[in-house]
Design a protein around this ligand. Sequence first.
Ligand SMILES: C[S@@+](CC[C@H](N)C(=O)[O-])C[C@H]1O[C@@H](n2cnc3c(N)ncnc32)[C@H](O)[C@@H]1O
Length: 319
Amino acid sequence: MSLALLFISVFFINNSVLASPGQDKECTRFALNSLIHGVTSEDKNETGATFKFAYKGKGPQRFSDAIGADGYNVSDDLAAIIKFFKEENIDFTNANLVDIGPGTGEKGAWIINAIQSQLGGNPSYYALDFSEEMLLLAKNTIDEKTKNITPFGMKIDLENEWKLRYKKNDMNKPSVFLFLGQTLGNFDDRAAVLQGIRSNMKTGDILVLGVDHFDPIKVASVVAGYDNKLMGEFLQNQSEFLNLDNSKGSIKYYFNYKTNSVEAAFRFKNGVQEPIVLFKSHRFTTDEIEQLSYKSDFSLAGTAINEGTEYKVHFLKIE
Ligand SMILES: C[S@@+](CC[C@H](N)C(=O)[O-])C[C@H]1O[C@@H](n2cnc3c(N)ncnc32)[C@H](O)[C@@H]1O
């Protein structure tokens, strides 16, 4: 068994949730098939590729390179989260930290270090993701950048029904769920994703939801902000999965006002074929977050904004 595989099998809590490599291939084939038959968005007649390709294979490393690039400061949006934990008097000597879609684990590691140094306690840390490659990256980051934490990874797909399995000693502890980095904006049925998370939470648990805020005045600069080399490299994964390259066309970024999303579509040179949407990132108004919270049976306990980036962190409680 290779070292990487050994890590994965130790890291996963429950092997029954581990997909075999064969299953992953099937999943890709299925998605490609449905793409060939055409998944058409209501408004623009564009064919859409599932964004899941972005987090497979080389994708996680590309994501990691993008966020590790100059100018990215992982702490920007996180101090507000620690402030909220302080105000809420959360006792991390007896709590779980559940990181949904941990990405590289950088934010999880930052938050754990801040909890240990400012609040005290070693929370049990769970990383939940549908990408095995991403889970491995997150595990390595937590191992390298934190002390006294044994990360547990679990493979789940937020778009399907899932059940968080706690270790025996953690079952009755309160849990703080992190759902950061605008991940919610990548899903079409955002209420269903929140309801899925809600169904895994108990009274007293908290969900920390980080999303990009919609400000109509800033649309042009937000869209322009995506059109760079790093984002291009990250989207390369989508293009490779679909066998699209520069000789066939190019990627264009725009704002879709019907869905309030930044989108990137591959437009073919000859214009004969429909463009393929490779990326969608929905922007949220505060009203919408309130409605989504209500629909998924959460109460909105607070909001913090990073003025520089228009990134908002919402604190959702279960009462
Ligand atoms: C944009 S990254 C966010 C990473 C990190 N939380 C941050 O704030 O930087 C999205 C993460 O969600 C995961 N993800 C995307 N779709 C998912 C799905 N359907 N089920 C589970 N995880 C998913 C990705 O693999 C990735 O780790």
